[in-house]
Design a binder for this molecule. Structure first.
Ligand SMILES: [Zn+2]
Length: 170
């Protein structure tokens, strides 16, 4: 078996940074590496006998590093993945269009998909799907911190307006 070059922690740290991970300062003498990745904060420990403990996801990253590969480890990836899953769940329930104006996101690449909290977060609205709908950016901005009944009113006006416009054009 070909002998691997010795593992260098500093080179691995640079590689992690290049992959989008965020190196954090150790919080104790037993931490030889603390890094935030798409899997959350990962810590490598060593004990008084210099035995190291590596979390599973960093072992995977280290193997990629030793093979000379790249990985996408940015913590933002986690948030983006979570948001995509949430949008998929809400779209399966409501359809992939704006809950207010019914602009379709499949036919309109230029409209940004946002998540609207019916009871706004500032009023204690939960992040639970029962409180969430998909909205286009302009409608989400317009709805702002309106009450739920005002939002329903806004939705009805928007949908009515869209229908009237279509009828008018016909
Ligand atoms: Zn809209």
């Amino acid at each position: 078996m070909k002998k691997r070059p010795a593992f260098k922690l500093d080179t691995f740290k640079s590689w992690l940074t290049e992959c989008g991970a965020v190196i954090q300062p150790p919080t104790s003498q037993w931490e030889i590496l603390r890094v935030q990745t798409c899997d959350g904060v990962q810590v490598v420990y060593r004990n008084s006998k210099e035995v190291q403990t590596w979390p599973e996801s960093l072992i995977v990253a280290r193997e990629a590093f030793e093979r000379g590969n790249r990985m996408s480890l940015s913590p933002d990836m986690k948030a983006r993945k979570k948001l995509r899953h949430l949008i998929e769940d809400l779209a399966a329930r409501d359809g992939l269009w704006c809950w207010f104006c019914e602009v379709g996101f499949l036919t309109s690449d230029s409209v940004e998909i946002t998540i609207e909290h019916l009871v706004s977060k500032s009023h204690g609205g939960p992040n639970h799907p029962s409180n969430l709908v998909i909205a286009c950016k302009p409608c989400n901005t317009e709805a702002g911190h309106l009450s739920v009944s005002e939002k329903v009113g806004l939705r009805d006006r928007k949908r009515g307006f869209v229908c009237a416009e279509v009828r008018g054009a016909a």
